[in-house]
Design a binder for this molecule. Structure first.
Ligand code: 4AD
Ligand code: MG
Length: 453
């Protein structure tokens, strides 16, 4: 059976019977033999192969150029060379797929922009292989975090008729013909339908039955943001807890972020080293710092006061009642606190209908977790559990209460205080890898104007 190079490199003993396969990273020829660096994507490191000229298959050695796929049988022996424990001596070598000269990954050091244009090949590079292995490990860690804490995983719908965030940034789902005469009532679902911006509303219904739940799936936003932190399709982790208030919500968000940072540090399987080398030299230091200290907490009102008094020149003015811009968030985390910060109790006017109104009648129990280098990574709140207040919110936000009658029912029948949040999966990945652009942590990114592959 074929061994994965990841396992081969961790062996404690040599073996005479090894079978591996992968893609050639480089080849050097001498008179009597060739050296091949082989990578199969299971780990960052390559396996060094020594193939004597004359072994079965060696007639194709000249075609085993960078990018070619090969299959090799042979022996694993202690390597006399520095920097590696093992090398493989091939007994047979087989060319599976050759590479013409126009293979785009010949040279090292391509730009991120170029690699995005060949997103089908970029996972074959060291850096992107490491990014997408990290993505997989983080995904697994998220399920582990919640399953170990008795949260039930709920699969909320991708197609929905409700706009959770009320921002109107929804992609329409329709089977209507292009001609304008077609009527909504004749559409597939008999009404307007969209790709979901959040699983929260449906998640709340399950929290109000099963206590603690989480969703983890794709969400979609048709916002025309051309930033390094916004994608049109991204994944979100959305826990929702019954019998929970804002403080419990902030505690869980902090615990989750720290858990994932610790996972990235302790189970990176060597991949962190490439992020440190090529992306961010201080990555490990920053992650260790974040994992080891409590996050700062500050109310929106106090945060605005700090920003106003800072004397800093911002592109956007800071004043009570306006949204914090990313430059403000970054000032708080990077310059002032030098730490992640949870900002809570935002003015009700700038937040969606579902957030619980505070007794001051001015603010709602919103909370955002901000981290250095990125800004907002988590957005959440305690939910409005009082039916009368919720009905008033529908009116204020121009929402049709009939469309949300099922959501209001949760407040009519056995209503409970409850709270939850959304953690942007890609923003979390940017944080633990140091990658500066969200498009570089998504296998095939969708952004305004870009839907290749
Ligand atoms: O703050 P948001 O919009 O909150 C919600 O959607 C709530 N319904 C979540 C909840 O309470 N259950 O989004 C949550 C997080 C943000 O903090 C951010 O990390 C990420 O989702 N996010 C995006 N990530 C990538 N691209 C975008 N366009 C994003 N918009 C939000
Ligand atoms: Mg938000």
């Amino acid at each position: 059976m074929r061994s994965l190079i990841k396992h081969v490199l961790r062996r404690s003993e040599p073996t005479d019977d090894l079978h591996v396969a992968g893609w050639v990273r480089s080849r050097r020829d001498s008179k009597a033999f060739s050296f091949l660096e082989l990578n199969d994507g299971t780990c960052l490191a390559n396996l060094q192969i020594i193939a004597d000229s004359g072994i079965p298959g060696s007639e194709d050695l000249a075609k085993m150029n960078t990018g070619a796929s090969v299959e090799i049988h042979g022996k694993l022996v202690e390597s006399p060379a520095k920097g590696q424990q093992w090398e493989m001596h091939a007994t047979t070598i087989k060319l599976l797929g050759g590479v013409p000269e126009d293979y785009p990954l010949q040279k090292k050091g391509h730009s991120a922009e170029f690699l995005r244009s060949i997103a089908h090949l970029r996972p074959r590079t060291n850096l992107y292989g490491a990014v997408f292995r990290m993505r997989s490990r983080m995904s697994f860690a998220i399920h582990r975090f919640f399953q170990e804490r008795d949260f039930v995983n709920v699969h909320t719908p991708v197609i929905t008729a409700s706009d959770c965030e009320g921002a109107g940034e929804m992609f329409r789902v329709t089977t209507l013909p292009d001609d304008k005469a077609a009527r909504v009532a004749e559409d597939f679902f008999g009404k307007r339908a969209f790709l979901t911006v959040s699983g929260q509303l449906e998640g709340e219904t399950f929290a109000c039955a099963l206590s603690n739940i989480y969703t983890f799936g794709p969400t979609f936003r048709a916002e025309n943001s051309h930033t390094t932190r916004h994608a049109s399709e991204f994944w979100m982790i959305e826990p929702e807890m019954a019998f929970c208030d804002l403080a419990g919500d902030m505690d869980l968000a902090e615990e989750l972020v720290k858990f994932l940072v610790t996972e990235a540090l302790e189970h990176s399987e060597g991949d962190l080293s490439i992020f440190e080398r090529f992306v961010d030299k201080s990555l490990r230091q920053r992650l260790e710092f974040v994992a080891s200290r409590p996050f700062e907490r500050i109310s929106y009102t106090d945060a605005v006061e700090l920003l106003v008094k800072s004397g800093e020149k911002f592109d956007y003015p800071v004043e009570y009642g306006s949204n914090l811009q990313s430059e403000h968030e970054r000032w708080l985390t990077e310059k002032h606190f030098k730490s992640p910060v949870t900002v809570f109790n935002y003015p009700k006017e700038i937040k969606p209908f579902y957030m619980r109104l505070n007794d001051d009648d001015k603010t709602v129990t919103a909370m955002d977790v901000l981290v250095p280098g990125i800004g907002e990574i988590v957005g959440g709140s305690q939910r409005e559990e009082r039916l009368d207040v919720l009905m008033r919110n529908f009116a204020k936000h121009n929402l049709n209460p009939e469309a949300y009658s099922w959501y209001a029912d949760l407040r009519k029948f056995g209503s409970v205080p409850h709270a939850g949040f959304g953690l942007g999966f890609e923003r979390m990945l940017m944080f633990v890898t140091g990658m500066a652009n969200i498009r570089d942590v998504i296998p095939f990114a969708r952004t305004p104007g870009n839907c290749e592959f």
